[in-house]
Design a protein around this ligand. Structure first.
Ligand code: NAD
Length: 249
């Protein structure tokens, strides 16, 4: 893996789960890392913490500007902040659709827009978006969430095309079900969380969930000079969930 000394990175949703693992790994590789989150109170040195809500443009602008000043530029933007939604199209009302799309899709648009002038000034600029296998998998009970991640996939490809000649690479990772606080919160709603976790593990081709560290490793690879010729791709980190067609036992 590349040494990222001298790189300046901004990670949204970096206070928990996949974002936190990514911020920690970028820092371990030598990058100077800023975390932008609704609640960055758990962030400690060497990470830099900025409070912002990606669904609010003014808040994003001021946090990205402050981070860029402190970092003296931005080379790597990890658009990771996102929220979930459960249900069919009948279960989520317009307000819920607006809230999730505003965070998961427009959130990435806002941070990218604010970071682009800094990325243009970098000699190794990369954007990595956290998408999901939900973008293409046809998951039941995930209409709104899947639509939001489908938009993230399309946005990733369009951004990659728009900025390739500026030397800015844009890719996404598509995690499968990952063992993060988010999934822990969902499991805690079950009558028997331990049994629900065991059943969830059993549904995975590898018999276990993906870890946040494994997804972070893919994000850091795509952000690094090791991936200098990689743009406009979606890298699945899903334990084979999407690609494998396993016969029922
Ligand atoms: P998480 O809930 O553990 O962490 C999400 C972080 O984003 C939190 O720190 C939260 O405060 C922050 N955040 C949420 N809304 C925000 C906002 N409006 N502005 C700023 N920060 C905000 O979740 P996670 O599991 O680490 O998920 C991170 C990303 O990975 C999301 O985009 C999610 O869609 C994606 N993903 C997760 C899984 C999974 O199984 N966990 C699978 C596929 C994709």
């Amino acid at each position: 893996m590349s040494d990222l000394s001298g790189f300046r990175a901004l990670v949204t949703g970096g206070a928990s789960g996949i974002g936190r693992a990514t911020a920690d790994l970028l820092a371990a590789r030598g990058a100077d890392v800023a975390v932008l989150d609704l609640d960055p109170s758990t962030i400690d040195k060497p990470l830099r913490a900025y409070t912002a809500d990606v669904s609010d443009d003014a808040s994003v602008r001021s946090a990205v500007a402050a981070a860029a000043t402190d970092l003296r530029g931005i080379d790597i933007l990890v658009n990771n902040a996102g929220i979930g939604a459960v249900g069919t199209v009948e279960d989520n009302d317009d307000a819920q659709w607006h809230r999730v799309l505003d965070t998961n899709v427009l959130g990435m648009v806002r941070t990218t827009r604010a970071a682009l002038p800094h990325l243009r000034a970098s000699v190794h600029a990369a954007v990595v978006n956290t998408c999901s296998i939900a973008a293409t998998a046809g998951l039941p009970q995930r209409a709104l969430y899947s639509a939001s991640k489908g938009a993230v996939l399309s946005l990733t490809l369009a951004m990659a095309a728009d900025h390739v000649r500026e030397g800015i690479r844009v890719n996404c990772v598509n995690p499968g079900t990952a063992d993060t606080p988010w999934v822990g919160r969902l499991l805690d709603q079950a009558a028997d969380p331990a049994a629900e976790r065991a059943a969830l593990n059993a549904r995975q081709p590898m018999g276990r969930l993906v870890t946040a560290d494994e997804i972070a490793a893919a994000i850091v690879y795509l952000a690094s000079p090791a991936a200098a010729s990689v743009t406009g791709t979606a890298l699945a980190v899903d334990g084979g969930m999407q690609g494998l067609r396993l016969r029922p036992e």
